[in-house]
Write a protein that binds this ligand. Sequence first.
Ligand code: ZN
Length: 160
Amino acid sequence: MQCEICGADIPGASTRITIDGSALEVCKSCARFGKQEDKFSPVPRKIVPAERAFRPVRKPKPRDSFQDLKEVVPEYGHKIKEARDSLGLSLEELADRLKEKASLLRKIEREELVPEDEIRKKLEKELKIKLIEEGGAERWKPGAGTRGLTLGDIASIKKR
Ligand SMILES: [Zn+2]
């Protein structure tokens, strides 16, 4: 019988230990590397490194089901109202321009309703504002992302 860890011949009875759920026949000096099986609890508990155990779990974005759905900025209602005010448009006038109901726009401004893509695009165009989070496919655009792009970066992007 050879020790499954160090390969040494085991003179007497081998010691059966478990390491991370797998059983090994080892010599006495290697027994300290694992838990002796007869003391081992029937439910194996994996040892999670402390660092990983305490790191907050970040949920991946459900990309598949929301492929075309961009995230609307959290303060969209405020943004719309601000832009509308600066253009001197009333809610009704804006609704008229967009061929939408004023009541619908009011709900959007109050952030009771997240604008659909179609309405959002119309609002963005009419008010010249951005209502979606920068990021994803648009990250390369100047001013977006975590660091600003230089003209050199843009030139090299265009070359590719
Ligand atoms: Zn050994």
